[in-house]
Write a protein that binds this ligand. Structure first.
Ligand SMILES: Nc1ncnc2c1ncn2[C@@H]1O[C@H](COP(=O)(O)OP(=O)(O)OP(=O)(O)O)[C@@H](O)[C@H]1O
Ligand SMILES: [Mg+2]
Length: 299
């Protein structure tokens, strides 16, 4: 068997195994992404995690950024291990997770992330098994991706059931968000998965401004991509967020009364209120393990 056939076989067996365990718990996976860099993805990921954890959910953040490891910076914690230790050194998933405030755990992509698309069949098998274990223990997994249209970002976006796109009202951020949405929509995988695509407008100066940004972007995606976005709301431009980054603590923990904290509380409540059965397609992957399965199936 050649390498590709081995992989297909492996994934087929793993999927069979998954349907055998139809009752196995799978975490809800939310991918946070953007076209332009620096628009607030990592702050939104971390503070959504804080809100979900407050509501009694067990949350794990997967820091899938290629560049600066943002989640660890915002938590002010240097992780000991990253996904490289899981895949290459065969450590267990629980040993490579780092614990942040309020018991939120995170998996650092670190330098290992670049290797994700070049794994051996044996490494894939191990990784998927470990992620199945994680799925059983977490309620929600948030993937914080890097910005822009690169292979890794698209790999996650193509296969996730829920995509949160972050933009700011800046015209360049809106244009880049549209380019990213277009790349996601133009992939054949998109039509299999039909992910929910939802928008958060960050650094908005007013509710009206954020509504205008949503309307503008939604109008072009409806017209040219035949895709309706969902509006998740907005976060104000708030000095409290900048101060919290400097202090290396999540803003919603150290500034509970800040306007930006109120904003993230509203967005988190909206996400949690949604009935999971609303998720449209049967084809939507559930759990991080099946997301990785789909990434490898693209090979
Ligand atoms: N709502 C806000 N109010 C004020 N400043 C903000 C806000 N959101 C983001 N910023 C500023 O933007 C910076 C970048 O935010 P963050 O690291 O969350 O973005 P990112 O999208 O994850 O960036 P990258 O693309 O580099 O991963 C913050 O450190 C802060 O200075
Ligand atoms: Mg980031």
């Amino acid at each position: 068997m050649d390498q590709a056939a081995k992989l297909r076989d492996l994934i087929y067996r793993s999927q069979q195994n998954q349907s055998d365990q139809a009752t196995a718990k799978r975490a809800r996976v939310i991918t946070v992404t953007s076209g332009k860099g620096g628009v607030g993805k990592s702050n939104i990921s971390v503070n959504l995690a804080v809100q979900f954890q407050k509501q009694g959910k067990k949350v794990v953040i997967f820091d899938a950024d290629f560049g600066l490891a943002n989640v660890e910076v915002i938590f002010g914690i240097l992780p000991k291990y990253n996904i490289f230790d899981l895949i290459v050194n065969k450590m267990s998933i629980f040993d490579v997770l780092t614990e942040g405030p309020m018991g939120i755990r995170f998996l650092s992509g670190g330098s290992g992330i670049g290797q994700l698309l070049n794994l051996s069949a044996d490494q894939i098998e191990y990784l998927v098994k470990q992620l199945e274990i994680l799925d059983e223990h977490a309620d929600i997994i948030i993937i914080d991706t890097g910005a822009g249209i690169n292979e890794a970002v698209l790999a996650f976006a193509f296969v996730s059931g829920e995509i949160l796109i972050v933009t700011t009202p800046e015209p360049t951020a809106i244009t880049d968000a549209y380019a990213l949405i277009k790349s996601i929509c133009n992939s054949p995988q998109f039509y299999q998965t039909k992910p929910r695509m939802r928008l958060i407008v960050n650094k908005s100066r007013s509710p009206l401004e954020s509504q205008e940004v949503f309307d503008k972007l939604n109008k072009v995606t409806e017209r040219f991509l035949n895709l309706s976005l969902e509006n998740l709301g907005y976060l104000p431009d708030d000095r409290a967020l900048v101060d919290a980054v400097i202090e290396r603590k999540p803003f919603s923990i150290i500034y509970p009364k800040a306007a930006v904290t109120k904003g993230i509380e509203d967005i988190a409540a909206r996400i949690l209120l949604e009935n999971q059965t609303e998720i449209k397609s049967e084809m939507q992957p559930k759990g991080l393990s099946s997301i990785f399965n789909r990434i490898f199936r693209r090979k």
